[in-house]
Design a protein around this ligand. Structure first.
Ligand SMILES: C[S@@+](CC[C@H](N)C(=O)[O-])C[C@H]1O[C@@H](n2cnc3c(N)ncnc32)[C@H](O)[C@@H]1O
Length: 150
């Protein structure tokens, strides 16, 4: 598969496996990547594996994201926590060094506080997820005035 990239590709949706779709994109052709990848929880679209293996499997995806990002591009990687037999490991802690290792530059760790979720009995209930914002370079778009809260 080869995807023809034009400046107006923003109005097209491609349905498929991100690993194949990313491979079809030229270098430095993407301005913005926003993803909430599988969290390795054993949902219907994933097989739950050991945490280290899960992260290893995500590395090639993030390497491809770094390859296709334009020099002024940004990636927003939204993750929650990996739960296993009572433990709870925030995934962004594991993803942060991976994003750095593929040459991306950290800008913000955004916390999404939410009301809903499972009620824990032996620890505080998890009520947030995080969005890691990394850029390809030091020149990037950030329209602060558009999102200021009076
Ligand atoms: C944590 S969910 C994100 C849900 C999304 N934020 C939403 O609100 O619908 C992970 C999503 O990644 C999709 N997914 C899993 N493996 C994928 C792959 N290899 N390529 C593309 N999408 C994949 C799943 O189908 C699922 O919708």
């Amino acid at each position: 598969m080869k995807i023809a990239v034009s400046r107006s590709i923003v109005d097209q949706v491609f349905l498929g496996d991100c690993r194949e779709l990313l491979a079809a994109l030229p270098d430095q052709s993407v301005d913005l990547i926003v993803s909430s990848p599988p969290y390795n929880l054993g949902k219907e679209y994933e097989s739950k594996v050991a945490l280290d293996r899960y992260i290893e499997e995500q590395v090639p995806v993030l390497a491809e994201c770094a390859r296709v990002l334009a020099p002024t591009g940004s990636i927003f990687w939204q993750v929650g926590a990996f739960a296993d037999r009572g433990t709870l490991i925030p995934l962004d802690i594991r993803f942060f060094p991976v994003l750095e290792s593929v040459g991306l530059i950290p800008r913000n760790r955004i916390v999404w506080a939410r009301q809903h979720g499972l009620h824990a009995r032996k620890k505080f209930s998890c009520r947030h997820e995080t969005v890691l914002w990394f850029t390809k370079g030091d020149e990037y778009t950030f329209n602060l005035d558009s999102i200021r809260v009076p």
